[in-house]
Design a protein around this ligand. Structure first.
Ligand code: AFP
Length: 283
């Protein structure tokens, strides 16, 4: 597994370099979700594919930017599902973005995720690794080296509220949840980049990030394999919780297609309990 983490560190510097120096325009293609691809999305995807091509333990790659599964090494053990540059539409306004990696062993279902990693490209490059039975570990880059900073532990209750999805299409009980949290003193923190938004909530102790099902997107927007399950694992390992609109742990998701999405709620215990109450889910 260490070889995978080391490869991701190498990838992080290459993608950071591309973000800082390459063309920010659109490519001529769309990804499998029908979204226009930026040249940076395509380039980041290629950087990752090239890097893992020389790591025999990696059997398959599944990318947010590609349809289907790419087999690299038939004798490999792990499938890496990744979003090469999440939030890439924020690069042109110079906000933080990220890469997310879910490492699965066997069938691509939540319970087979064995580790997850994300990278935040912000004023500094930070990387968080989560493994079973351990608190997520935060590392920060200085020069071309990552240094471990600290384990991440979430508090029981936080102060931040990151509500995703178009408000116009929220259902009444979701609106009530969000309004009640603000009425309780929660502060709005939502950049439109899942990686920095979820990172901020974890590092500041807690809060809630939600991307619900809405009238226009009943299954939400965020992809199960590349975004939802890897972050659900992070939050659970940090002492938080991650559930869907029915109260099911996101780690129990069984995607039927690599690009399936799911409504999702990530938070500390207090805010997830508040969400369950607002949604009428038995505790
Ligand atoms: P892009 O990769 O298209 O910028 O989308 C980012 C993202 O998948 C995720 O990082 C955000 O949390 C979410 O979309 C934001 O979506 P909304 O713009 O609907 O709030």
């Amino acid at each position: 597994m260490n070889i995978i983490f080391e490869t991701i560190k190498h990838i992080a510097f290459e993608i950071d370099n591309a973000i800082k120096n390459e063309d920010l325009g659109y490519s001529e293609s769309e990804n499998s979700s029908g979204e226009d691809q930026l040249k940076l999305d395509v380039q980041s995807d290629l950087i990752i594919e090239k890097a893992f091509a020389s790591v025999p333990i990696v059997k398959n790659l599944v990318s947010e930017e590609k349809e289907g599964v790419l087999t690299l090494h038939n004798t490999g053990k792990y499938t890496i599902c990744y979003d090469p540059l999440d939030g890439s539409s924020l690069v042109d306004v110079n906000l933080s973005v990220g890469s997310i990696f879910g490492i699965y062993e066997g069938e691509l279902i939540g319970q087979n995720l064995v580790a997850s990693v994300y990278v935040v490209y912000g004023p500094r490059i930070e990387l968080v690794i989560a493994q079973k039975g351990k608190k997520p570990m935060l590392s920060r880059a200085t020069g071309h080296t990552f240094h471990e900073i600290s384990e991440i532990t979430m508090e029981n209750k936080g102060k931040l509220n990151a509500p995703g999805g178009t408000q116009q299409h929220w259902c009444d009980y979701h609106k009530t949840l969000i309004d009640d949290l603000f009425a309780e003193g929660y502060r709005l923190r939502y950049s439109g980049g899942m990686v920095p938004d979820l990172h901020q909530i974890m590092l500041k102790g807690g809060g809630i990030f939600s991307y619900p099902g809405t009238a226009d997107k009943p299954q939400g927007k965020l992809r199960q394999l590349f975004e939802v399950i890897p972050f659900a694992f992070m939050y659970e390992q940090a002492g938080g919780e991650a559930i869907n609109h029915k109260g099911m742990r996101l780690m129990e998701l069984v995607p039927s297609h690599p690009h399936d999405t799911s409504p999702c709620f990530f938070g500390s215990r207090y805010e997830i309990a508040a969400m369950k109450k607002a949604y009428g889910i038995d505790a």
